[in-house]
Write a protein that binds this ligand. Structure first.
Ligand SMILES: [Zn+2]
Length: 146
């Protein structure tokens, strides 16, 4: 737990950037409020750790399973041509992965996605709710298939 970290505090700094989709084994999946890349999401480890090598083997395995499951749910919800994965954390060091669906006709195809686009794409609360509901449904279907 780190008081200055919004992934730990889950305060308005987090609410301004993302909304919760679901809790997974060892992480929480959030929908990014900027939807320039349709379906852009963030998977954050539940505990405050900075680097992959700080996780126990079990925790790292669960985290990778969560990541895979989240990516599959995004694939099934948004049907992108590719999903990009990015771990940065220079400023907010709490381990989190950006999951960014990419589309051949969409922004940044063939290159690195722009982390903070100059013009962002916000949705209405209703549209966010609809997307989080759809992603939740696909996550649940994964459970059933297991
Ligand atoms: Zn933290």
């Amino acid at each position: 737990m780190n008081n200055s970290c919004f992934y730990c505090e889950k305060d308005e700094r987090l609410d301004n950037l993302m909304m919760k989709i679901s809790e997974l084994q060892t992480s929480i999946l959030y929908l990014n409020k900027d939807q320039t890349h349709s379906g852009r999401s963030i998977l954050a480890l539940q505990s405050h750790k900075r680097e992959l090598f700080e996780l126990s083997n079990d925790e790292r395995q669960f985290f990778m399973e969560d990541l895979s499951k989240a990516a599959k749910a995004l694939q099934e919800t948004f049907a992108p041509q590719k999903i990009n994965y990015a771990i940065y954390g220079d400023v907010v060091s709490h381990l989190h992965v950006h999951l960014v669906p990419k589309y051949e006709q969409g922004p940044d195809w063939g290159g690195a996605f722009v982390h903070d686009p100059p013009v962002t794409k916000a949705l209405t609360e209703q549209e966010y709710k609809q997307l989080t509901d759809e992603i939740q449904q696909h996550l649940k279907l994964e459970e059933v298939k297991k």
